[in-house]
Design a protein around this ligand. Structure first.
Ligand code: AKG
Ligand code: FE2
Length: 223
């Protein structure tokens, strides 16, 4: 499933993030691209070994940790170090899929990809994230502070920016539940369980759904 998650960052966090990004140093995005992807990657990425980057990463990581929808949609086991990217006029990231395994010393599998949009969509033209799905191509350009999570197995691209600058944060998640269809079942049960509890409290129906959710999670989680 593809999820759009609104307002991951608060307006204050968004402002701090924008201020820090303006001061950050950027390098060619090709430096972190694999052999085949280099040819289609034309963007800038923040230098990772700086205090600004660790401050930016903490803000986004904290925001992801407290976001309930992100937690139940992705079921994160590990989150890769967040990359901040910048697409100026003419920049793009052509069609590609993300590496299945990432990292050197600490490696993780990429199950879910995430883009957190950091620019107001009115401030740039182009720059849509386009994902190939079974229903055809779907194009996303979200509000600043909102994120999209989608299966890392998809082909996707970032359209050329034709005006302004597109800022974004991207990362990859190894999920506790590797199979997207199993994640979807757990997501639905979790949503139903929460809604039942909110409406009727701890009823027998709530208990049965909550128990089934927990038992499937126990069956499917790879720890
Ligand atoms: O910036 C985006 O929306 C996606 C970037 C991307 O696909 C990647 O870094 O692999
Ligand atoms: Fe990608």
């Amino acid at each position: 499933m593809i999820f759009c998650i609104a307002d991951i960052l608060t307006p204050e966090e968004l402002e701090t993030t924008s201020t820090l990004l303006q001061k950050a140093e950027f390098i060619d995005g090709k430096t972190t691209a694999g052999r085949y992807v280099k040819a289609v990657k034309n963007n800038q990425q923040i230098k990772t070994d700086s205090e600004i980057t660790s401050d930016l990463r903490s803000i986004v990581l904290e925001a992801l940790k407290r976001n309930e929808l992100f937690q139940i949609a992705a079921r994160p086991k590990a989150i890769r170090p967040i990359i901040f990217s910048r697409y100026d006029l003419g920049m793009y990231y052509g069609s590609h899929f993300d590496n299945a395994i990432m990292g050197d010393e600490s490696i993780s599998r990429t199950d879910v990809s995430l883009t957190l949009f950091l620019s107001d969509p009115d401030t740039y033209q182009g720059g849509e994230l386009v994902i190939e799905t079974s229903l055809g191509e779907q194009s996303f350009k979200l509000d600043a502070g909102s994120a999209i999570v989608y299966p890392s197995s998809t082909l996707h691209r970032v359209e050329t920016v034709t005006e302004g600058t597109r800022w974004a944060a991207v990362t990859w998640i190894q999920s506790l539940v590797r199979d997207p269809s199993k994640r979807e079942i757990l997501f639905d049960l979790d949503t139903a369980r929460r809604s039942l509890f909110k409406q009727y409290g701890k009823t027998i129906e709530f208990d049965l759904i909550a128990k089934s959710h927990a038992n499937l999670l126990r069956k499917w989680a790879d720890i």
